[in-house]
Ligand binder design. Structure first.
Ligand code: NDP
Ligand code: GDR
Length: 320
């Protein structure tokens, strides 16, 4: 039975990846950081099928010990400070988690588990102020936030450890992926939750930032399969993962409100606090490499994704 260690198992992607690997017969170990409360809402249904171990991206020794104790065949480094606005207000902490955290875990891998396969969660935010469209593995990077800059460090240190120490270490450059388990502050979930609340009479307005930004949005369940495929390939390579289609935040709002039979223009209010100091205007993936080399393609359309999320929020919020 292959054994996988997932950092960030309590996050959106960690929960889907754990399900995916359990279904494939893996022994799944999830790394969590110590908090004063258990935040297992996304993985409660998987316990006790996954083993939980405690460590922190800020603590080198804890990472080394986790690898020593668990001896995984595959390591998926999903843990990070992943919210772009917080990276502007807490840039140093974001760098510690999202950038240096990758070096800490790679150092542990190099010393303890040099034969394990390592996945790094890189991001389309590294393309930022894009220099070419669509964005592929060869597109130059131009990050636009402390988060994007930190992810770029994590990306290059992964390449560097692969080249320096011959590790099987790869980066998936994933475009935005969403689900009913997406954190509430990210734009898709914020919008689908608000559409459901307004429909049910639980809220009266939705305060938003830049409606013109465009993103390549896919379903998280599809993207964790891409992560797994990358670690099964005969040789380590980095891949862009996205749908190849782009939509504006306004499109997102329209589809969500249309789905509950409401006119979004009557409820959406512009609020300066949700605009960013520097914006990423347009992202759209060229997923040609992963499609050809690993046979990966997305299974959920943009409209299907938004409706799935609105329906889940309606189901959660409706009086029982
Ligand atoms: P989430 O924000 O939902 O999850 C982040 C996870 O990281 C949580 O489990 C969190 O734990 C954990 N974490 C944060 N800080 C630490 C720390 N110091 N030590 C240990 N664990 C920590 O992110 P997603 O699931 O959406 O994304 C997974 C990864 O993929 C992230 O690295 C993200 O940056 C990256 N990514 C995401 C994309 C997306 O569209 N979702 C696209 C491209 C990249 P806790 O529950 O305790 O907070
Ligand atoms: P992003 O996701 O920054 O792309 O990073 P987010 O959903 O936060 O924003 C997408 C776009 O929507 C615009 N926007 C708003 N965003 C939020 N959160 N709230 C608002 O009210 C709002 N109004 C407009 C934003 O300006 C932006 O243009 C996500 C994260 O998951 C990263 O970790 C990941 O690496 C990238 O996707 C790929």
């Amino acid at each position: 039975m292959p054994r996988a260690l997932i950092t960030g198992i309590t996050g959106q992607d960690g929960s889907y990846l754990a399900e995916h690997l359990l279904a494939k017969g893996y022994d799944v170990i999830g790394m969590v950081r110590r908090t004063s409360h258990h935040s297992y809402e996304r993985i409660d249904h998987l316990i006790p099928r996954v083993r939980i171990v405690a460590a922190d991206l800020l603590d080198q020794h804890s990472l080394t010990m986790v690898l020593q104790e668990t001896q995984p065949d595959e390591i998926y480094n999903l843990a990070a400070q992943s919210f772009v606005p917080t990276s502007f207000t807490q840039p140093v902490l974001t760098g510690e988690f999202t950038a240096l955290g990758v070096t800490r875990i790679l150092e542990a891998v190099r010393l303890v588990s040099p034969n394990a396969r390592f996945y790094q969660a890189s991001s389309s935010e590294m393309f930022g102020k894009v220099v070419e469209t669509p964005q592929s593995e060869s597109t130059p990077f131009y990050p636009r936030s402390p988060y994007g800059v930190a992810k770029l460090y994590g990306h290059w240190i992964t390449v560097n450890y692969r080249e320096s120490y011959n590790l099987y270490a790869v980066s998936g450059i994933l475009f935005n992926h969403e689900s009913p388990r997406r954190g509430m502050e990210f734009v898709t979930r914020k919008v689908t939750d608000a559409a459901a609340r307004i429909k049910l009479g639980l809220a009266t307005e939705l305060r938003m930032g830049n409606l013109d930004a465009k993103r390549d949005w896919g379903f998280a369940g599809d993207y964790v399969d891409a992560m797994w495929r990358m670690l099964q390939a005969p040789s380590p390579q980095d891949y862009v993962v996205g749908t190849g289609k782009t939509h504006s935040v306004e499109d997102l709002v329209r589809v969500a409100f249309d789905h509950v039979g409401l006119d979004w223009k009557q409820y959406v209010v512009s609020d300066p606090q949700f605009y960013r100091p520097a914006e990423v205007d347009l992202l759209i993936a060229d997923p040609g490499r992963i499609n050809k080399a690993l046979g990966w393609k997305p299974s959920v359309s943009f409209e299907g994704l938004v409706k799935m999320m609105v329906d889940a929020d309606l189901g959660r919020l409706a009086p029982k």
